[in-house]
Design a protein around this ligand. Structure first.
Ligand code: GUN
Length: 281
């Protein structure tokens, strides 16, 4: 039976450490600040933004949520970002995705100063990540690496199979694992013989947004299985992309909820603290 990787507990521990760090920073007159911009009425985004704001409060990071209406124009949003770029009291800027259809996400993400891009979505940070340089890495894959460290899970030389090639999870995950000397295979909706590949994996990371993408028969005995999914079943209950029956075969498994989710927000806090420390230098 798999050891359950407790993301909630680890997140709590890391937030306690960050709380001490923030207290020290505040003594030196540094007040880390994150501004989250939320455009429109996406209910899932509203929950995510509320959780980010709450986590900032727990750690001692000042946070502000700027809510803009659904009909906001691209220019109006760019003007807000420009103001935040220029505001020296703001260390981190996060524009919550998805954005309403009239706004080009790429243009907006590129308008955020790379030094304040705590999401790690700006092409400069994406490029730095891919060449293995110092950068802000996206929070979800960073949180997964932190879990491996906490549980003593070796990455170097391991075969890691990622299912999903999004810019938020799959691609940056591949870059981070390569940086840690893993052998990486990235699978996606057009991959043939998915099970054949996952059965060779020491570590499988599933980020497709579809329930039961990974079933027990697709897992090698003792493999580490990371479930990034956040779906609802027909009863409205939260569930991941991995069939829970995989727990009987896997060596380690992240639960949903309480696995990767809490770690994502914690790593965003960590990026914000780094931005504040860098800005103060
Ligand atoms: N929407 C879903 N996840 C994320 C995230 O990590 N950052 C932003 N900005 N939007 C999101």
């Amino acid at each position: 039976m798999a050891t359950i990787i407790d993301g909630k507990e680890l997140s709590k521990k890391l937030k306690e450490q960050m709380k001490d760090r923030v207290a020290q920073m505040r003594q030196q007159g540094i007040v880390p600040k994150l501004v989250v911009v939320l455009v429109g009425n996406n209910s899932a985004s509203e929950v995510y933004v509320r959780n980010k704001h709450k986590a900032c409060g727990e750690v001692g990071i000042e946070s502000e949520v700027i809510k803009m209406p659904e009909e906001t124009t691209q220019q109006e949003l760019l003007d807000v970002v420009k103001g935040l770029n220029e505001d020296r009291t703001v260390d981190g800027i996060l524009v919550q995705l998805p954005l309403p259809g009239q706004i080009n996400e790429k243009v907006v993400l590129r308008s955020i100063l790379p030094e304040k891009d705590v999401d790690g979505f700006h092409p400069v940070n994406v490029g730095l990540l891919s060449i293995g340089d110092d950068c802000y890495a996206p929070a979800t894959p960073s949180g997964i690496i932190a879990m491996f460290k906490e549980y003593g899970i070796e990455i170097a030389g391991k075969h890691c199979v990622i299912i999903g090639r999004s810019n938020i999870v799959g691609k940056p995950m591949a870059a981070l694992l390569l940086r840690h000397n893993a052998t990486v295979t990235v699978c996606h909706s057009k991959t043939q013989n998915l099970g054949e590949l996952t059965r060779q994996a020491d570590i499988v990371i599933v980020a497709t947004g579809h329930r039961h993408t990974l079933t027990a028969d697709m897992v090698k005995e003792g493999a580490v299985v990371i479930d990034v999914g956040m779906n609802r079943n027909e009863l409205g209950k939260l569930c991941g992309d991995v069939d829970p029956a995989a727990a009987a075969v896997a060596g380690y498994l992240t639960p949903v909820p309480g696995g990767v989710g809490p770690m994502t927000i914690t790593m965003l806090m960590k990026n914000t603290l780094r931005a504040a420390e860098k800005a103060a230098r």
